[in-house]
Design a protein around this ligand. Structure first.
Ligand SMILES: NC(=O)c1ccc[n+]([C@@H]2O[C@H](COP(=O)([O-])OP(=O)(O)OC[C@H]3O[C@@H](n4cnc5c(N)ncnc54)[C@H](O)[C@@H]3O)[C@@H](O)[C@H]2O)c1
Length: 272
């Protein structure tokens, strides 16, 4: 049975841990870490099979786990990503925006080859990455429009310099238009999907992103359009936000659980 270490015990980490504890994922959660010890303790108190809480994030991969699952923050990826691979553990990353920093991407990508380990990036809150990956060499344009309630956008770095006041948004309003690279740095906790899309397709400088604040929506909606020599495709995903963290969609959690379930199981692999 695969042994799992978990970095980040918030909305996503908790649901992953509970899926392991309930047997939905055929693995063992052996070690966890969160920068808030209280949050880690709260998670452990909910589990029947109790993992050990380690004292710092680097200790997760010094134990004999098969994989470390990151569900914490971009900083956490930058801090421990390399040492996880150097310790010959696989790594699953939820804070995918960290990989749009080319130096981080190159370091982790080289480390996968050097240490023969794999980084898994679940599809997160979007669909269609299988098709985007397949047509990547023929893509001419790729864009994503993300619509969220203003509450789900609050606290982003973008608002430190922007004149947009989310409290005053009374109808659907485009608050940002730019590249995926810009979007990920200005909305690090909101727009991991743009990072995933650009990594699957034509890169973060060429992937266009629009962010819409809509005070009348109760969903996180992503509309993706792709075109090129292969033809055209479009996908719209209407996600319900997770009640514990409205920035995170329910689908992002389910896709993380499915990726880890597949990692822990020998079975027929469906999809590209
Ligand atoms: N790939 C996707 O589609 C997708 C979707 C939603 C969220 N995310 C990302 O996944 C991550 C987790 O999301 P969430 O909804 O569970 O967030 P959350 O805020 O509910 O939980 C994050 C937890 O990680 C802890 N943490 C933060 N930085 C840390 C660090 N450096 N070391 C240790 N612990 C740390 C926090 O204390 C918190 O308990 C976020 O970075 C989020 O942006 C990705």
């Amino acid at each position: 049975m695969k042994k799992i270490g978990l970095l980040g015990c918030g909305a996503i980490g908790t649901q992953i841990a509970m899926a392991i504890d309930s047997g939905k994922i055929d693995g063992t959660l052996t070690h966890v870490f969160d920068e808030s010890k209280e949050v880690a303790q709260t998670l452990v108190s909910k589990l029947t099979n109790k993992p050990e809480i380690v004292e710092n994030s680097h200790l997760l991969s010094s134990h004999p786990v098969n994989i470390v699952v990151e569900a914490a923050s971009q900083d956490a990826v930058k801090d421990v990503g390399l040492s996880v691979l150097q310790n010959k553990r696989d790594l699953m990353i939820m804070s995918v925006g960290a990989l749009l920093d080319e130096s981080i991407y190159d370091i982790l990508s080289d480390a996968c080859k050097d240490f023969k380990k794999t980084i898994y990036l679940p599809s997160g809150a979007i669909a269609g990455l299988d098709a985007i990956k397949s047509v990547k060499d023929e893509l001419e344009s790729l864009s994503i429009t993300t619509t969220k309630h203003p509450h789900s956008l609050k606290g982003a770095k973008f608002f430190e310099t922007s004149e947009v006041n989310l409290e005053e948004v009374s109808s659907p309003t485009i608050i940002f238009e730019g590249t995926a690279k810009e979007a990920v740095s200005l909305f690090p906790a909101n727009i991991n999907v743009a990072a995933l899309l650009s990594l699957s397709g034509i890169g973060s400088e060429k992937t266009r992103v629009k962010i819409v604040a809509d005070p009348d929506t109760d969903k996180n909606t992503h509309h993706i359009e792709a075109s090129g020599k292969f033809g055209k495709m479009s996908f719209t995903i209407e996600n319900f936000p997770d009640p514990n963290n409205p920035k995170t969609s329910r689908l992002a959690i389910l896709s993380a659980i499915e990726t880890l379930r597949k990692y822990c199981t020998d079975e027929i692999q469906i999809g590209t």
